[in-house]
Design a protein around this ligand. Structure first.
Ligand code: ARG
Length: 459
């Protein structure tokens, strides 16, 4: 493509070192789409006749079909997807193909291709996040009465409905959808026409390409446009945060599936056995997902490090943006898909979660609140219940079994109504402020999400 200036062939090693076709081949549908739009701009500028524009578009579509069908030979000597397609086009339609690269550089071309690719993938990830939310909602809906201890520091804290715990993750994935939608806005800007770095002397109406490719906006500075990969870094970041969220739920699932907790039963289809220990049923999906957070975080560090030292404008370093981007997107997509499938078929072992929630200490805060409602300042109430807890432990008497006279030794305001407090149902029902886990609230939230997700499936 640059043979005019050079007398010696590129070294083999340099070709191997510099090629990107082995991974950027997957940009081909976008490269073809972008080139068809560019041909329209050139026709509009009087560089191509209408017939030539059509010939180019037809040739490009044929090439796309050949690649779709696996009948296209990618050449490492042609370095990347852009030159592979352009060279195949010229081979196919002759000199007209050689006009396509007028007023364009691979710098604005690759920026466009990557934006088009990211746009599609944002849509897909958004849908998969919705699928994940739906599967958690289904699990919550299948077990509307299941209770579970809520934990802090992995110590039992207060009772909640299992649904409330699952809804927490639905909120989390909703924020991820918001981040995808927000980053999509900055992806959805059209860079073509920026040329190598300073546009072109050929008068281009960039709006023609933007319209063809359905971009609502044009980049406003050619130098920024060819070197900007903020949108790549942003999308990789969103993927890494999705991964972090998936890793958190993985950790819950791994704990829940252990004999120690026993809160959840995963389907055989989503677990594996051990080659040595016949009794084992391992939560590999959750472990793999937790493990993949490493590469997602690594990809984020990789892109930020690649970008940090770059002078204006395009530098070949930028070719290093693609592998982390592709890997983060591929990783997050399959993780969301498999996790959603696993959760929608999981079962909560309600008898086990109920037994764990019957731990009377989960209601200690409720007793303190009871005292507060009887005009005891909270700090004093906290201390009284602390002493009561120590008593309960040393006397091996649960809160329910301690007689009223004994309660009254800790505070005279205790009355028979304290025993009403000491029920999980009472404790849950009383938590009715917005965001708290009363059964009525959780039911309302499940209904709200069901409606919302139906409408909110696509970006
Ligand atoms: N394969 C290159 C990349 O991914 C395309 C742009 C090459 N531009 C250049 N001036 N060498 O960044």
């Amino acid at each position: 493509m640059w043979k005019g200036r050079f007398q010696v062939e590129t070294s083999n090693l340099v070709q191997i070192y510099g090629e990107s076709i082995s991974f950027d081949w997957r940009l081909y549908p976008y490269d073809v789409e972008g080139s068809i739009a560019h041909a329209a701009v050139l026709q509009d500028a009087g560089i191509l006749t209408k017939t030539e524009e059509k010939e180019i578009a037809k040739g490009l579509r044929e090439i796309k079909k050949e690649i779709d069908a696996g009948n296209f030979e990618f050449k490492t000597s042609l370095e990347d997807i852009h030159m592979n397609i352009e060279s195949a086009l010229t081979e196919k339609i002759g000199d007209v193909g050689a006009k396509l690269h007028t007023a364009r550089s691979r710098n604005d071309q690759v920026a466009l291709d990557v934006r088009l690719y990211c746009r599609d993938e944002c849509n897909r990830i958004f849908q998969l996040l919705t699928g994940m939310q739906e599967s958690l909602l289904k699990l919550a809906g299948n077990h509307p009465e299941a209770v579970v201890p809520g934990y802090t520091h992995l110590q039992r804290g207060q009772p909640v409905l299992f649904g409330h715990h699952l809804l927490a993750y639905i909120e989390m994935f909703e924020r991820d959808k918001g981040r995808i939608a927000d980053c999509f806005k900055r992806i959805n800007v059209m860079p073509l026409g920026s040329g190598a770095l300073a546009g072109s002397t050929i008068p281009l109406n960039r709006k023609v390409a933007a319209e063809k490719l359905d971009f609502p906006a044009l980049t406003q500075n050619s130098m920024d446009a060819v070197s900007d990969r903020d949108f790549v870094a942003e999308l990789i970041f969103v993927c890494s945060l999705i991964g972090t969220h998936l890793s958190r739920i993985s950790e819950d699932v791994i704990l829940w599936a252990s004999a120690e907790f026993g809160f959840i039963e995963l389907s055989d289809a989503h677990t594996t056995g051990s080659s040595l220990m016949p009794q084992k049923k391992n939560p590999d999906v959750a472990e793999l997902t937790r493990g993949k957070t490493g590469r997602l975080t690594g990809n984020l560090v990789s892109i930020l490090t690649t970008l940090k030292g770059l002078p204006m404008t395009y530098n070949r370093d930028l070719q290093e943006d693609k592998e982390p981007l592709f890997d983060s997107i591929d990783t997050v997509k399959i993780a969301l898909e498999v996790f959603a499938e696993m959760m929608s078929e999981a079962k909560i072992r309600e008898e086990v979660t109920a037994a764990a929630t019957s731990d009377p200490f989960l209601l200690a805060t409720d007793i303190a609140d009871y005292l507060v409602l009887k005009q005891i300042p909270f700090r004093h109430a906290h201390e009284i219940v602390g002493k009561l807890t120590a008593y309960s432990l040393s006397e091996k008497q649960s809160f329910q079994d301690i007689p009223l006279e004994q309660y009254q030794k800790f505070s005279e305001v205790f009355d028979t109504d304290v025993y009403d407090i000491l029920k999980v149902e009472t404790a849950l029902k009383a938590r009715k402020a917005i965001g708290a886990p009363s059964p009525a609230n959780v039911k309302r939230q499940i209904g709200k999400w069901q409606k919302k997700l139906e409408k909110n499936f696509a970006l």
